[in-house]
Each structure stands twice: as structure tokens, then as C-alpha cells.
Design a binder for this molecule. Sequence first.
Ligand SMILES: *Cc1c(COP(=O)(O)O)cnc(C)c1O
Length: 368
Amino acid sequence: MFYRETWAEIQLDALGRNIDRLRLSSGKEIFAVIKANGYGHGDDYIARKAMEHGVKMLAVSSMDEALALRKKHINAPILSLGFVHPRDAHEAAINDVRCTVTSLEWIEQASILPHENLIVHIKVDTGMNRIGVKSLAEVNDILTICDTAGITVEGIFTHFSSSDVQDNLLTQQQYDKFVEILSGTQREFKWIHCANSDATVHFYENVCNAVRCGLAMYGYSSYKTSLEPVMTLFTKIIHVNQVHPDETVSYGATYSPKETEWIATIPIGYADGWNRKHQGDNAFVGNSACEFVGRICMDQSMIRLDKYYPVGTVVELLGDHCPLIPMANRLDTIPYEVLTQLSDRIPKVYIENNRVVGSINPRLASYH
Ligand SMILES: *Cc1c(COP(=O)(O)O)cnc(C)c1O
């Protein structure tokens, strides 16, 4: 339930089709990356649909995100791609959360504590210089410690820094380094994974058996694909002003029309993650692009209409007429940032088979 008329629609069937496409085109199993509340799409609905479509792992960024899923009764295997403090490894094991071994030091510390049922994936740093170990010697030491301590090494992986770059040169170098270390271990791993979304659709390799897809699952790639966007964002006109050339619009009086115009007010602002750089960009009403004029406010924004529309008219903010990637480019950022910045003040409506199957409004989570 929600009262403020701004909402995101999440097309779960599109998510399912994207997962099926990614599995078919890569020939690999899918790890569904649902960190950051499923890239702003809502972690539990996305997790459930992804599981229905046969993903083998849910990947998050922290214990907090993993436990949030467990609290919502998601029982699929979960991997924390990000750092879990070694003192929390036991807690992770109890909750069936796989941890990433980020360094030799990490496993040394984690292995001191009770480690029953601890499952880990070893992160190899092949060029990101973010987290992970860099040498075969370190990987072998980690394997020895795990063997001694009874810790299950279920997987090994790396992460590419530049999979969005067309020529794949850096990706190939990182991959070669990974393969060298992998073969040096002379071990079998249940899961070997390198690719994020862009590498999944643009970098061929045959050593891994899984791919970690985030953005592509939600419908976006740096490359041309048949993926479908999962989220659309709408609001409704809540007020209409006729504004004359001697008047101005919004804070700082930065906009003044050249001739008399219809200006609509819509309930979305920077506190919703609709940041101030949207000034000058377009929303879509009726059959027309409508510019955001004047400063974006915290809770509201103004758009210039091509003609009068009544209060209650639906306004598209993100969707077929307002596609995300060009929007992110204009905002000087990337689609990841636009999606994850959408705040939980925006309720989400979930659609399956053209029917509303649920909704989330965290503001009223305990209100009936
Ligand atoms: C976020 C993340 C991914 C997913 O990246 P996409 O580009 O969204 O597919 C994969 N691997 C790691 C280590 C990540 O942190």
C-alpha cells in the first residue's frame, strides 16, 4: 500500500527471461547478484524469482545483506562477495552464508574460531587491487589452512576491472593470470567464476562454470543484447501552474519561461534518489518529453508540459521513453548508480503475468 503517487514497477517475468537468456548465451550457471537491495529492485522478490529460474547462488556484498535475506526466509546458498570480518565467519557458517577469503590473514584469523560448516570462496586479485590474494603461494597456503581446519573451499574467483571495454585486452590479461593460478593449485573446485555481466555477454572463456550477473539480470549491458529492463518508474501530476514570462520556478529562481507555459509539479525529488542533476533532463507525459525545469527539490520537481494535463496524469520517469543508459550518461554517471540511489521512499510494485503480485513500501512496513 502507498499513498504518495510515485512508484517503481518491477517486471518479474522480464527478470526471469533475462536470467534464461544469460544462461543460454554463456552456457554457464548463473550466480544472481542481488547486493544493494537487488540493485534497488528489492532483494527478496528478486531472489525468489531468480531461484525459480534456477540460479545456483545469490551473491551479496556483506553479512548484513546476507542475513537480511535469511530473515526473509530465503534459503538458497548465499555468497558474500565483500569482506566479512573473520570474527563473524562462525555466524556466517551458522546461517549458511559463504564467505570470500580476501587475504591469507583472513583465513588465518577465521580458522582460529569454531569453523564447523564454514564454506569459502577464494578471491584472486588479478588486477583490481581491491580485495583478494595475488599469488599461487598464497592460494596454496589458504588451501592448506582450510584442509587442516576442515573448512570447505567451494569456489575460487576473480573480478575484472574493465569488462565494459570493447577490446577485452585487460580482461584477457586478468583471465590469463587467473587461469595460471587456478591450474597451479592442481585442485578441483565446485565453482569457478570470473565474469560479471559485461564479461558474461562479451568475453568468451572456458575455464569457469558460473557467471556472476547483476546489471544484466536487471536488463542492462554496455553491449548490444536482447535483455529487457526490469524496472520502470512512474509518478503522477499533483499540481499544475500556468507560469508567465515574468515569473520563475523553484529554488534559486533558475528558470523563467519565454512565453506562458503549463508547468506540472510531480512528487519526486533528490531524497528519492532523483538527484539535482536531473534538472534539464526529460520525463514523459502523454506523447511528449517534458523537461525538468528549475531546481529539483527534496520531495518534488517541476516539469514543463507541452499542453495542459490534469492532476493525476501519469508521468514516466524511467522506462521505454526515458531509457536508463542515456539518462545515466547525461547525468555523468553509470546505470548502476542511478538504480542503487533510488531510495526506499519509492514503493515497489511487483508484476508477474501482467498481474500485481505484491508491493513493498518500507515506510509503512508495519502499518496496517
Ligand atoms: C557487483 C559485483 C558483480 C556484478 O556486477 P555486474 O556488472 O552488475 O554484473 C560481480 N562480481 C563482483 C565481485 C561484484 O562485486
